[in-house]
Design a protein. Sequence first.
Length: 370
Amino acid sequence: MDRNEIIKIYGTDYKEMTKLLLEQADLASEIPSSETRIGIKPNLVTPTPADYGATTHPEIVAGIIEYLQEHGFFRMAILESSWVGDVTTEAFKYCGYNSLSEQYGVELWDLQKDSSHFVDCAEMRLRVCDRVDQIDFLINVPVLKGHCQTKITCALKNSKGLIPNSEKRRFHTMGLHRPIAYLGAAIHQDFIVVDHICGDLDFEEGGSPVVRNCIMAAKDPVLTDALVCRMLQYDVSEVPYVGMAEALGVGSTDLDAARIIIIGKAEGREESEGLRRHKVCDVQYAVEEVDACSACYAMLVPVLDRLKEEGLLGKLNEKIAIGQGYRGKHGKLGVGLCTSGFDICIRGCPPSEEQIYEELMKYIKAHCKV
């Protein structure tokens, strides 16, 4: 498989689709030897089932494992760390990965429990989990979905699950896009299998899945994310880390030179059909965000969308502060422990959606004209 190729397959038998996709890509020929230690990196951001739109379908990972074992590769591990605020062991359990581990004899590596070290990448030093260095060949299995801060998340951003929680928080203080791009240079992705079955195109934690029943294979994470930008009708410039990663030599954004191959029946689907949603953009005017962690911000945005649907968001007379940039500062209305100095603080790290909704409703009834 060439780096300018992206192979797509549609259907509903996800495990067999994955195996057909990998045969078409001839993945086995990319792996140096049977002694190669293979790492499989899904997206298990939260402990929710894949049909909720946030996490990698275990059937895809089962297809990857079966394909590899049928081709003589048995040294592999599934490695992940959930986002700040959730626990990876719970995600492994509730997302079906404990069962995969038992069925196929593949280890689960919880990187939230791992030690870490700094990696020098050009002018940036990033902290990476130690076990990443034990992997010889990395298969990235992201979910194609939207993101409340970066608009899209797929191949490049999925590598955030390979860094410790403290570094995840630091990424947000660094502007998020730049460290994501440099992480792409620090951790090489050898192969990518994209779960485009039913990702939520608004919220990275799921809740509004959009069914597409598609799986994709690629080798270039930058090209993959450039295609995702186009599919969700964003210009690459609207997702800065993609172009930054290209400038660092991680890959190419040149979709004109890309070769998109569809195997099997596409059933008349178009890449952009029904994929662009605007929920996040429609409610961001109510927020003052400074260096917010994704988990906290992602809890807030669906609540704002809910209030908008109820005709209440426009009644707010104060913007909602959120993010690490508000630590030690004062204000009127904030979400998350970082705004604990505010007159009204919805506490939690992160607080739950329901907690935020209830507290904002109290605020609106007490302080706003309804």
